[in-house]
Ligand binder design. Structure first.
Ligand code: PHE
Length: 477
């Protein structure tokens, strides 16, 4: 089988379109919802620095590798891996990398959609001015209680969550069905810049809060004890959590970026485009932290409030700032849109593969995948209410209080994505012929850059992932 020259699914209209789409995939709930609450849970600065190191030394090299694989294979991750394994005379078992990505994509979308549903649910809440009362409340405690109650009322109601989850899946399906240029590209073109501008406005607000510097200090003061100990007890998972978050935030290890690479115009430079995506993604996460932590400290909230953190902090800002209801509405619309452009990329690998089998149209493939993710998503919907007491792995101390949602999140973010990344690094740097890899980079003017990248991917990246995993084995004790 020879490699296809172009993808049957179409191509991005330009290099910029690819950057926008890949940024659309990377920037999402991971940056604005997950990064702040994880940073809060793992004690701030040390988590942030490990995260940034993982982005630079593991994430960036793997992203380049994924784009390169896609660009060479020009098809869904499953078929790309099959074709490239064949090209180098290796076992078809490498196809499994594509399969595990498809499964991870479904599992992630299943909870991603529920959380994106929360963002949707906050749109009418802000539009109606619900949070303007916070500026009249007498104490910081009263404010914290108010936002807490509002959040709990939402997640405690299975039917409401189900409705928003369903709405989000439907919107995602509609967009994916539109195909590469029609659907994906049009959506991300204006969304990303708009989101960015709004984040800057919010940083402006955060700077006006009394505890802005406390927030900055929390994020950048490196204290490893806070990452490694919780309430005086050693915890194994802090470093793994930071690495998992790097994978999650960059959409790596499951084929999203690979399949987007398959639609990359032939002459586009891999190194430059991916660097742009990584920088944008990191910037958005840091901005989100710089917005949220000052609000946390200025209002007596706890940084380790968990999954509800963003939903309990930002409404306070919007409740107090001029034109807050307007900005708040726009913000949650943009957050939902950012989630949407990530969700699209979560099912694209599966949809592309189904279409390539020749048995499905893009529409039927998309509907099927959307339905499957919707169904699995019920586990997350109920994890916050009627099933909140179900803790399937409660016999292991480290998983004692993990709900179904927590476990799906843990399995995908901390295990499947890094493992996927590890095998991608091994495949590109140890299995594929160096000449072929280098050919794919030939539009890149910088040979030294290539050598550094190749070295990282061959040694440092796999070693780093391996060490983090080893460090975590104690998690099961
Ligand atoms: N990167 C996305 C985010 O940060 C989530 C995602 C993960 C998307 C994996 C695709 C693949 O929100």
């Amino acid at each position: 089988m020879s490699l296809p020259k172009t993808s049957i699914h179409g191509e991005w209209s330009s290099r910029l379109a690819f950057i926008l789409a890949a940024t659309g995939s990377a920037v999402g709930l991971g940056n604005i919802w997950k990064f702040p609450y994880m940073t809060g849970e793992y004690g701030g600065g040390a988590f942030v620095i490990v995260y940034l190191l993982c982005i630079a030394l593991i994430g960036l090299p793997i992203m380049m590798a994924e784009v390169m694989l896609g660009k060479r294979g020009r098809s869904s991750p499953i078929n790309t891996m099959q074709a490239l394994a064949q090209e180098t005379g290796r076992s078809q078992i490498w196809q499994l990398l594509g399969w595990s990505g498809v499964i991870a994509g479904f599992l992630i979308l299943s909870f991603y959609s529920v959380i994106a549903g929360w963002a949707l649910a906050y749109v009418p809440r802000l539009a109606s001015g619900m949070f303007t009362v916070v500026s009249d409340l007498p104490t910081a405690n009263a404010v914290a209680d108010f936002v807490d109650t509002q959040f709990n009322a939402l997640v405690g109601d299975p039917l409401r969550l189900l409705a928003w989850h369903t709405a989000f899946i439907i919107v995602t399906i509609t967009m994916v069905a539109g195909g590469v240029q029609g659907g994906l590209e049009r959506a991300v073109r204006w969304m990303m810049p708009a989101l960015f501008i709004l984040l800057l406005v919010l940083v402006g607000y955060a700077m006006s809060t009394p505890k802005f510097m406390d927030g900055v200090h929390f994020m950048f003061n490196i204290d490893f004890d806070k990452l490694l100990y919780s309430k005086g007890e050693f915890r194994y998972d802090g470093i793994l959590a930071a690495m998992g978050q790097a994978f999650f935030s960059l959409s790596l290890g499951m084929g999203s970026i690979m399949v987007y690479g398959a639609y990359l115009p032939k002459q586009a430079s891999i190194a430059q485009t991916t660097t742009a995506v990584v920088v944008a993604d990191t910037l958005v996460a840091i901005l989100a932290g710089l917005i949220i932590f000052p609000i946390v400290f200025s209002n007596g909230l706890q940084p380790d409030a968990g999954v509800g953190l963003v939903f309990k902090t930002l409404p306070i800002a919007f409740g107090q700032m001029p034109f807050g209801s307007f900005f708040g509405t726009v913000f949650f619309v943009l957050l939902a849109l950012a989630a949407w452009s990530s969700a699209i990329s979560l099912i694209e690998p599966a949809v592309a593969w189904l279409v390539e089998t020749g048995k499905f149209t893009r529409l039927s493939a998309t509907i099927g995948c959307g339905l499957a993710a919707w169904l699995v998503g019920l586990a997350t919907v109920f994890s916050f209410n009627i099933w909140s007491d179900i803790k399937p792995l409660s016999q292991f101390a480290s998983f004692e209080d993990k709900t179904l949602f927590d476990l799906i999140d843990y399995l995908t973010t901390n295990i499947m994505l890094p493992l996927g990344g590890l095998f991608i690094a091994i495949f590109v740097a140890w299995i594929m012929k160096r000449q072929i890899v280098s050919d794919e980079f030939k539009s890149s003017p910088n040979r030294l850059g290539f050598q550094v990248w190749y070295f990282l991917l061959r040694y440092l990246t796999p070693l780093g992932i391996g060490l983090v995993f080893l460090n975590t084995i104690g998690v099961f004790s």
